[in-house]
Design a protein around this ligand. Structure first.
Ligand SMILES: [Mg+2]
Length: 174
């Protein structure tokens, strides 16, 4: 049994990262929004072209992202230890940008592995039994069991309760 976990918005508070980047780089927010808006539907945000526009060295930017990511995991992240299923992060985005966030955040202490994909509906791995994601589009393209996980309404406690109700998880009480 393998659990696929989305990263941004599920384990990692991307809004907090953006806020911190905004504090560091004057023009970040406006330029980020513009870049997102200009992305073709479902295409991927490219930090390099944004760096170019901001006049920021992209390697330095990536290092900053890695450093800042340290404090961007959600507060309840330790609860992942109570899920006794193999946990694989499945995240969609530019490889080096996603890797900087994942490795910088410290999440690898709590999960078994990560995979970075960049295609439409590309989270559909055959060996993943359940996918947890906050983006419906990603879930639609997945053929296994799926759980829509929205941080506005849910936390890892609720996710674990849900997994338990499907008999996927045996809770470890401390
Ligand atoms: Mg997400």
């Amino acid at each position: 049994m393998k659990l696929g976990l989305d990263f941004d918005g599920v384990l990692f508070n991307s809004k907090l990262l953006k806020k911190k980047l905004d504090e560091k780089y004057d023009c970040f927010r406006d330029s980020y929004q513009e870049h997102k808006d200009n992305c073709l539907y479902n295409s991927i945000y490219d930090y390099r072209s944004q760096c170019e526009e901001m006049g920021v060295n992209s390697k330095e930017f990536l290092k900053t992202v890695r450093d800042i990511s340290k404090n961007c995991l959600y507060d309840d992240i330790e609860r992942l230890n109570d899920i006794d299923i193999e946990k694989i992060i499945i995240t969609r985005g530019k490889r080096d940008f996603q890797r900087a966030k994942i490795e910088g955040s410290g999440i690898m202490e709590y999960v078994d592995d990560y995979r970075i994909v960049d295609g439409y509906y590309s989270k559909n791995f055959e060996d993943i039994d359940i996918l947890i994601d906050d983006t419906l589009d990603e879930l639609y393209g997945f053929n296994g069991r799926k759980i829509h996980f929205d941080r506005e309404e849910a936390d890892l406690d609720l996710l674990i309760t849900t997994l338990e109700s499907f008999n996927y998880v045996e809770t470890k009480f401390h």
